[in-house]
Design a protein around this ligand. Sequence first.
Ligand SMILES: [Zn+2]
Ligand SMILES: [Zn+2]
Length: 154
Amino acid sequence: MMGSSPDRLDDHILQEKLDHYSLDIGEHSIWCGNLDRDGYGRVWVGGRSMKASRLAWELAYGPIPPGMMVLHRNPCHHPACVRFDHLYLGTSQDNQQDRAALQLCQTHCKHGHLLDEANTKWCSLLGGRLFRRCRICCREGAQGAERRRDDTQA
Ligand SMILES: [Zn+2]
Ligand SMILES: [Zn+2]
């Protein structure tokens, strides 16, 4: 079904659901329900699955205008964080810039290798933006693919 905005579900119930599934870790409220493959929380609302960060934003500020995305502020950048004041609205372009900015200030790769001059491989995206890649990981990438399972420990 398309068209007119759906009836608002009971915000109070949704807020309780959000509180129930999020855990305060440091300054963040981390979603501990289902996560999608990018690490974003997923929540069922009215029979549909939506991003938990979108729900958190809507409960705090109201409906999200069409075409806008809920993004994480610098320096939060936790996809699973649902703290409303760590969220802001942006376009998908903002989202890409965000990710690129995050890459630029990285000092270590996700496997903990130091991204110094010798170990940094600069790559450019379609828009000409630069981002860092870890040479050690690039080298190991081909062999390491099947080891990915071991990375789930957090
Ligand atoms: Zn956060
Ligand atoms: Zn690395």
